[in-house]
Design a binder for this molecule. Structure first.
Ligand code: BEZ
Length: 250
C-alpha cells in the first residue's frame, strides 16, 4: 500500500467511505471495548467507535490523514503504522477495519492477519469490511479495455477475494469466522465528474510513469464507456461489492 492521500479531498468528496462504514459498527459485540481502528484514515470512524462508548485508538500509515484525524479529534489517540508491519503496544478486545484490506497485496494478507491476531486478546474479535470479489468490476474492465486498445497491460491493483478465500486465510491465521457476507452496494459518487474524480483519486498505480495526456485520454475514454451502466438520472454510481466479516481469535 503506497498512496499519497489528499486528506481534504478525501474527507469532502468521499465521506461515503466512513458513512457506509457506520453500520458495520453494529457487528462489534460487547460494550466499552478497547478497539484498534486499523487504517483509520481521517479518524471519522474512530470517533464513531468512541461515541459508542468504546475506548478507540486509530492506526494509519498516512501522515497526512493522521494529521487530519488528530486535528479533528484531539481527544483520541492516533498511531502511525503500516497494517502489514505494525506491532501493537497492547492487546485489544477488538480490531475494526473499514475499506482498507483491499489495498494490501494478497501475499501480505497472512502477515496482516498475524498482526491482528497478535493485537487481540484471546477471544478478541476482528470486525472488518472491504472490497470483495467483483468489486468495481465494470470500472476495472473498462480501464483494462482502454489499456489493451493501446497495446498496454492493465494490472488490477487491488485484492478483492471471495468470502471462501478470505475465510481460509483467517482460519489458517487462528481465527474462527462467525459472520461473513458478500453484497452489492452501488455507491453514489458526488458531482458531475464523480466517476472521473474517483478514478483519479483511487486508481494510481496502473498509471504510474504514464504521460499525463495519455492518462487523461484513457480515463476520459473509460468514463465515457461507463456512462451507460453507471450513470443514472444525472448521478454516477460505482459498482461496489462489499465483504463484511466478524472473526474471533481462538
Ligand atoms: C473500496 O472501498 O472498495 C475501494 C475504494 C477505492 C479503491 C478501490 C476499492
Amino acid at each position: 500500500m503506497n498512496i499519497q492521500w489528499d486528506a481534504e479531498k478525501y474527507t469532502a468528496d468521499f465521506s461515503f467511505v466512513h458513512q457506509y462504514g457506520a453500520s458495520l459498527l453494529d457487528w462489534l459485540e460487547g460494550e466499552r471495548l478497547t478497539v484498534l481502528d486499523l487504517g483509520c484514515g481521517n479518524g471519522a470512524l474512530t470517533k464513531s467507535l468512541a461515541g459508542r462508548g468504546h475506548q478507540a485508538e486509530g492506526l494509519d500509515a498516512s501522515g497526512e490523514l493522521l494529521e487530519t484525524a488528530r486535528r479533528s479529534y484531539p481527544e483520541l489517540r492516533f498511531i502511525q503504522g503500516d497494517a502489514v508491519r505494525f506491532q501493537a503496544e497492547r492487546a485489544y478486545d477488538a480490531v475494526f477495519s473499514n475499506a482498507v484490506l483491499h489495498w494490501i497485496d494478497e501475499e501480505n494478507q497472512p502477515a496482516l492477519i498475524a498482526n491482528v491476531y497478535n493485537a487481540l486478546k484471546p477471544g478478541g474479535q476482528f470486525v472488518f469490511e472491504f472490497g470483495g470479489h467483483g468489486n468495481n468490476n465494470l470500472i476495472h474492465e473498462a480501464l483494462r479495455q482502454e489499456f489493451t486498445r493501446r497495446g498496454l497491460t492493465y494490472r488490477m491493483p487491488f485484492y478483492f477475494p471471495t468470502v471462501g478465500e478470505y475465510a481460509v486465510l483467517l482460519e489458517r491465521g487462528g481465527f474462527l469466522v462467525r459472520n461473513a457476507v458478500l453484497w452489492d452496494r452501488p455507491t453514489e459518487l458526488r458531482g458531475r465528474d464523480g466517476l472521473y474524480d474517483w478514478i483519479k483519486l483511487f486508481i494510481r498505480t496502473p498509471f504510474a510513469g504514464m504521460e499525463a495526456a495519455l492518462t487523461e485520454e484513457i480515463v476520459r475514454s473509460a468514463v465515457a464507456a461507463l456512462k451507460d451502466p453507471l450513470f443514472r438520472e444525472g448521478v454516477w454510481y460505482a459498482d461496489y461489492v462489499r465483504l463484511w466479516c466478524r472473526a474471533v481469535r481462538s
